[in-house]
Design a binder for this molecule. Structure first.
Ligand code: UT7
Length: 329
């Protein structure tokens, strides 16, 4: 019997309606459209407004769209993995909340936390259940409501992040389509450069943690930038080499959207022409686990069966990796 791979058979996505422009940010902190555009490539990002609106709202909308587009009955779904660092609550996992809201009753559901590499890690995890032959329909969601952990008085982070995400359906394929290879890395020494200090078990919420603004993201941008460029270039180059793929064999590189200069550097260092690199950072900013599925959704109509894609991401942890996917439809 030929090997089972996990084919991506559909994509759904969602970004909230409200658009936060660089111009509006100019009214909140000392920054400029010119600085944000030239240093990051971001023009606007979407923000989930309203009381009691968690990241589940994004996941629910993306999954509803996915089920509709793929004509899938919710009862057929056997596993839901939600990659996020901004869950609705510490527990229960947001994957359960999404499943409940859309009528998925026959699945087990869990969240996965790997910051900006979350979707990548979750895609590999979901694919393994398909490859094992134990599961036939798996949903992998990547989404974040970054605005819930952003300090809108800190110009070094508030201009970068946005809310949004997407979901993919994985199904078995025996014709060599789908997730064909994954290469993942972690380095806990990166913990000092990008984190949300409080709210976990080491620093539970207290008056002090709130007063010290420790429930917001902290990032030391420069070391993260350098590690992101070298980390993604390394895994992209390695995964291509071990699959005997040259640049001409790849239809698209799908990189995490953290900074246009990072994307350009990875493209240059791996000899990838920018025409074959998906870029939508100008519209959404950095949506953490949401960037890769948002790219797949935006390019879905251009993708063809058999197209080779290299997905790559880098994020807090540090976490990073690359996945080789042969597009299935
Ligand atoms: O997605 C997860 C992983 N995260 C990343 O991959 C992000 C990696 N890092 C980056 O993308 C970049 O480091 C940033 C976009 C965060 C910052 O860009 P940078 O070119 O590294 O700027 P910097 O932090 O070195 O700051 C340069 C200057 C500083 O001023 P001085 O000290 O030179 O006077 C900052 O205070 O730019 C200033 N600055 C700003 N100015 C206007 C920082 N943020 C802003 C701002 N508007 N929003």
């Amino acid at each position: 019997m030929s090997k089972i791979h996990a084919a991506i058979t559909g994509v759904g996505s969602y970004v909230p309606e409200y658009v936060l422009t660089n111009q509006e940010l100019e009214t909140l902190v000392e920054t400029s459209d010119e600085w944000i555009t030239t240093r990051t490539g971001i023009k606007e990002r979407h923000i989930l407004k309203g009381e009691n609106q968690g990241v589940s709202v994004i996941g629910i909308e993306a999954v509803k769209q996915l089920l509709e587009k793929t004509n899938t009955d919710p009862s057929e779904i056997e596993l839901v993995i939600f990659a996020t660092v901004t869950p609705d609550m510490m527990f229960p996992d947001t994957a359960n909340l999404v499943a409940d809201a859309v009528g998925i009753k026959n699945a087990f559901c869990f969240d996965l936390s790997a910051a900006c590499s979350g979707f990548l890690y979750a895609l590999t995890t979901g694919a393994k259940f398909i490859e094992a032959g134990t599961h036939k329909k798996v949903i992998v969601i990547g989404a974040d409501k970054m605005s819930s952990i952003i300090d809108y008085t800190d110009r070094t982070t508030c201009v970068i992040f946005g809310d949004g995400g997407g979901a993919v359906l994985l199904e078995p394929d025996t014709e060599g389509l789908g997730v064909l290879d994954s290469l993942h890395k972690s380095d806990g020494a990166g913990q000092h450069y990008l984190y949300q200090k409080a709210g976990g078990s080491r620093y539970p919420a207290s008056v002090e943690t709130v007063q010290n603004r420790e429930h917001f993201i902290f990032q030391n941008g420069k070391p993260v930038f350098k590690a992101a460029v070298s980390g993604m270039t390394d895994v992209v180059t390695k995964i291509m080499a071990r699959n005997q793929l040259g640049v001409d064999d790849i239809a698209w590189m799908v990189p995490h959207q953290a900074n246009m200069r990072i994307i350009e550097s990875v493209s240059k260092m791996s000899d990838f022409p920018m025409e074959k690199v998906m870029v939508n950072i100008h519209k959404y900013g950095n949506t953490t686990a949401g960037t890769l599925p948002l790219c797949l959704a935006d390019w879905e109509s251009q993708l063809k069966k058999g197209d080779n894609l290299i997905l790559t991401a880098f994020g807090g942890g540090f976490t990073w990796g690359a996945i080789y996917v042969k597009w299935a439809y």
